[in-house]
Ligand binder design. Sequence first.
Ligand SMILES: Cc1cc2nc3c(=O)[nH]c(=O)nc-3n(C[C@H](O)[C@H](O)[C@H](O)COP(=O)(O)OP(=O)(O)OC[C@H]3O[C@@H](n4cnc5c(N)ncnc54)[C@H](O)[C@@H]3O)c2cc1C
Length: 271
Amino acid sequence: MPTRTLNAVVSEPVFVTAEAMILRVAPDGWELPDYVPGQFAVLGLPGHAPRIPLSDPEDEPPDPDRFITRAYSIASSSKQKEYLEFYISLVRSGALTPRLFALKRGQKVHLGPKISGMFTLNQIPEDADLILMGTGTGIAPYISMIRTFITPGSSRRFAVVHGARHSWDLGYRSELSSLDRMVEGFDYVPIISRPGEEIIPWGGESGYVQDVWKRGIIADLWDREPSPDNTHIFLCGNPGMVNDTQEMLAADGYLEHTRKQPGQVHLERYW
Ligand SMILES: Cc1cc2nc3c(=O)[nH]c(=O)nc-3n(C[C@H](O)[C@H](O)[C@H](O)COP(=O)(O)OP(=O)(O)OC[C@H]3O[C@@H](n4cnc5c(N)ncnc54)[C@H](O)[C@@H]3O)c2cc1C
């Protein structure tokens, strides 16, 4: 097992809600390697790191000196190399996230120096349009792609579909809404599953990410039916959403992309 150290420093966490935060992590005395938007890095803390009070108590405390590590998609643009940004949700019963949520500005964390993953736009034809669907923090890899690749005048269409329970759980909503207004060919479709709990009445889509496909919302926005010939679809986050949507897309002729068999559907399951 590689030796792990507290080799990075966190900036002020930005809380989207009490259970979702945006965290920037900078390497301490070393340089970030090159990476491709959509890839992930590993964060870790030792077992003795404190947990936030909001989390569930642990049945058995972990080995205090052993690092607990997990993968996190990078949300920052690969064009800037000072830090990596992550969008992390709290799993109250989890081993690592209750410790990450207890981090304060300037504290140390382990950042794995190797950045990996195949959930990227490499190998996607340049003229293919993209539908990027995610639940919760599963929007993170798309933020990196968008921040890196959306440029004025780019001809490729991007549609970002983000599902959450409430409007206040939709991290990056302002950034994505602004892009929707300002960038020709960029569409943002937030969808919430509990509109009845909204304080300010919700005028957007209600239901689940899958419903956006079922209702033909992208076809209406694009004024044409997306087809496997000209569209690649990315699915990220909750495995239930990924599996259901993949099944639905398969019925419409979209194949899963694997190392052995090129296809138009790209999957990243968070657990
Ligand atoms: C390639 C990859 C990229 C990932 N990127 C992100 C990311 O950008 N942001 C992010 O918040 N998470 C991401 N994850 C999930 C992350 O690696 C951890 O699994 C998660 O933070 C929980 O860690 P934990 O130690 O607190 O919980 P653990 O002790 O590992 O318990 C995890 C268990 O909690 C449940 N669970 C409930 N909600 C979640 C959830 N949102 N994520 C994972 N498990 C959940 C599942 O049953 C799971 O088995 C990614 C996972 C993978 C494989």
